[in-house]
Design a protein around this ligand. Structure first.
Ligand SMILES: [Zn+2]
Length: 275
């Protein structure tokens, strides 16, 4: 049984939409069932696995056994449809067999205040979520200061690890001198549909957050970040979800690593479905 199947079985058992993507609603329902706190750590403690706060395959195995494992096996599904219908509740795209690279923007010591640290956490959540949907995921952190060189190194490392890389995402956030600058945008060069899918899901999950120019979809041919978009294997998107320098945006997003990761991953799954 795959992790996604376990998540779906658990979702069925706790009475939430069985979309295979474990978000806050699923966690809350699991916590209630287990008489535990809402946090991933509390859930892990309740099912007897290492409480590291990251709900990965081992945790799901334990949650599944505790909640859904005793239930009789459901009848085998007919033939799984390769392209199930999208649901407004979340992603139903199947990422089985897809190779996806998640790149933390900037080299050590580079980037905006706290940017790499924030995005390292987002990247780990993305790995868990994408793997739970059947993808093979490679997390990459840049090493080199010179921009062109580090993007060449990134492309080589991704191709070595994921010879059939389907999509590569580079994680950022914005930071400027003015506290007033605000909003998100998603940059692309060749694959606009991926940026659109991520933007759509981001705006659905964070209603009221403002898009920057071009409704949050920015084709970047020559500006900062274009080197990544030119060299990244597969469909590429560079995400700029908010301004660290905007106090209201930072107060809103500073602890939402998991939720931001979910928005990206559901967007990616929706792109897989339609693109
Ligand atoms: Zn950045």
């Amino acid at each position: 049984m795959t992790t996604t199947e376990q998540i779906k079985a658990v979702q069925n058992a706790v009475g939430v939409d069985a979309d295979g993507v474990a978000g806050p609603k699923t966690r809350a329902a699991i916590a209630k069932k287990l008489n535990a706190g809402n946090s991933p750590k509390a859930i892990q403690t309740a099912v007897g696995v290492d409480a590291d706060g990251d709900l990965g395959p081992k945790s799901w195995e334990a949650i599944y056994k505790k909640i859904a494992g005793a239930a009789p096996e459901p009848p085998a599904p007919e033939k799984p449809s390769p392209k199930p219908a999208a649901s407004p509740a979340g992603a139903k795209g199947d990422l089985t067999g897809k190779q996806i690279a998640v790149v933390v923007g900037h080299e050590p010591g580079g980037g905006a205040n706290g940017e790499r640290e924030y995005n390292k956490v987002v990247a780990k959540h993305m790995r868990d979520l994408l793997e739970a949907q059947g993808a093979t995921v490679f997390l990459y952190e840049h090493k080199t200061k010179a921009y062109g060189q580090r993007q060449n190194e990134m492309a080589a490392a991704v191709k070595a690890k994921l010879p059939k890389c389907w999509a590569t995402i580079e994680l950022h956030y914005d930071d400027v001198d003015s506290p007033d600058a605000n909003g998100h945008h998603f940059q692309y060069l060749k694959t606009k549909a991926l940026a659109v899918a991520i933007r759509d899901e981001f705006e659905k999950r964070f209603p009221g957050k403002k898009a920057r120019q071009d409704k949050g979809i920015f084709m970047n041919e020559n500006e900062n970040g274009s080197g990544f978009l030119k060299k990244a294997p597969g469909a590429a998107c560079l995400v700029e979800p908010f301004f660290r320098s905007n106090p209201a945006e930072w107060a809103f997003f500073s602890k939402l690593h998991r939720e931001v990761a979910e928005a990206y991953c559901v967007g990616i799954a929706n792109f897989a479905l339609n693109g």
